[in-house]
Design a protein around this ligand. Structure first.
Ligand code: RM4
Ligand code: MN
Ligand code: MN
Length: 432
């Protein structure tokens, strides 16, 4: 490991020097502005410093579409190289200490060694993700017509066993959650019996639920469509909520922002799940049309803010059991994945910070008096506040970079990795 290029802490500190002057000027100004509204900037910096979001292991390689994959140079070729990239992201932003793994893409030869490697980087493992939406080489049964909901019990059994294996690997890696997303559904009207498919899902999930340790959480991730185009078994939050309730307390709903029809009010879904104490976590990304897996906050930053507005409201009101897991789930097709993930982690923190400075008393008063104009203005006042100095100060105090993208580019990390990691004929990064 020592031979591999790393961005040194000293390099980050040195690069930060050049930015300190403008940062302290802007930070001071913002502090005065917030103080006028009764907000103490230091308390918001502390919130920003403690915000964390997990990085998806599958996000550090270049993704692809149905049409093509355009590999980048120096892509990670295995889980250890993915760890290396995740560690680089964390060094720059200091808010991404956990990684979410996907099995079998990241199946370790030796889990203890992988845990050791992660520890050396100061990284931990977030939710494990199972994969029963693809067939793997030498797999006995095919998932062409479904996995946990397949009409053939033998296929369901294989999919259940795969999930149990994910739990086993996760235990060794000190993960505390399993996320189950299935591609099961149908492409033709009449192809599938909706009720029976959901019954089979619950039956399979009960077996998985039973194997999930008591201190773990089991996340159910819904998705409107794709790969199935006519119907998906776990298509929406209502179905997800029903299943989570049927399974028990360890089962919770996971909201992937891209898994809804365009224009759906996701912040209200989030609020409902909070109210029903079934919000388990998020896969953050952005989208215009569907499961686009674009960078968080790149298309609809106001939506992201409104979601965090619900989350902060729940946090401040002390909703029982409220403890969602924040994860990114993106596919980077045209950018350097490290730059996308660094930016996305910052965008999630930005939305959180903006939501934290909402004048909640004023908002409650406007709501109580049906003053719609003031209610929106109160949200907009927070949303339009440039909180960049808070984000930069929080990063710097945590040991990260004031300007992470500039530091990353100046370090030459990617060209170093291009030398260290000559491209392989086939790289298993991304979905294709
Ligand atoms: C799915 C879903 C899952 C992710 C896979 C790779 O669309 O978002 O969370 O595991 O993609
Ligand atoms: Mn997802
Ligand atoms: Mn997705």
């Amino acid at each position: 490991m020592a031979a591999n290029f790393e961005i040194e802490q000293d390099f980050i500190a040195e690069q930060n020097e050049a930015n300190k002057k403008w940062l302290s000027e802007d930070f001071e100004y913002l502090g005065r502005k917030l103080a006028r509204r009764g907000v103490d900037i230091e308390s918001i910096v502390e919130k920003a410093r403690s915000f964390t979001i997990a990085v998806p292991s599958w996000g550090v390689g270049t993704g692809g579409t149905r049409f093509a994959r355009f590999p980048g140079s120096g892509e990670p070729r295995n889980i250890l190289e993915k760890l290396e990239d995740c560690s680089t992201i964390h060094k720059l932003v200091r808010s991404t200490s956990a990684i979410s793994l996907h099995i079998p893409w990241d199946k370790p030869d030796n889990a203890a060694d992988l845990l050791e490697n992660a520890r050396d980087y100061g990284l931990t493992f977030d939710a494990m993700n199972s994969n029963t939406f693809q067939d793997q080489p030498r797999q006995k049964k095919s998932y062409k017509f479904g996995s946990l909901t397949h009409t053939d019990r033998a296929v369901r059994k294989q999919a259940i066993e795969h999930n149990l294996e994910c739990v086993e690997i996760g235990r060794k890696l000190e993960s505390k959650a399993l996320t189950v997303w299935i591609g099961d559904g149908s492409n033709f009207a009449g192809q599938s019996n909706f009720r029976h498919a959901l019954e089979r899902y619950l039956e399979s999930m009960q077996e998985i639920y039973a194997a999930v340790p008591a201190d773990w959480r089991l996340f159910i991730e819904h998705k409107l469509y794709e790969p199935a185009f006519y119907s998906s078994v776990i298509n929406d939050w209502g179905t997800s909520y029903y299943c989570a309730s049927q399974l028990g307390d360890k089962a919770l709903c996971l909201v992937d922002l891209g898994h809804h029809a365009p224009n759906v009010n996701i912040e209200q879904i989030v609020s409902r799940l909070i109210q029903f104490q079934k919000l388990g976590g998020f896969h953050f990304n952005d989208s215009k049309y569907g499961d686009d897996d674009l960078d968080t906050g790149s298309i609809k930053p106001f939506q992201l803010f409104l979601i965090f507005n619900e989350l902060v409201d729940a946090e401040l009101s002390g909703v029982p059991g409220f403890n969602p897991c924040y994860m990114l789930d993106q596919s980077h097709n045209i950018t350097d994945p490290i730059e996308s993930l660094v930016t996305s982690a910052a965008e999630a923190t930005r939305a959180y910070v903006q939501a934290a400075i909402v004048d909640r008393e004023k908002l409650a008063e406007a709501q109580a008096t049906n003053d719609a104009i003031t209610a929106l203005a109160t949200l907009k006042e927070a949303f339009t506040t440039d909180v960049a100095p808070i984000l930069a100060v929080a990063r710097e105090r945590n040991g990260g970079a004031i300007d992470p993208i500039a530091v990353y580019r100046a370090s030459g990390y990617r060209s170093q990795k291009a030398k260290e990691r000559p491209a392989q004929v086939s790289i298993s990064a991304g979905i294709i």
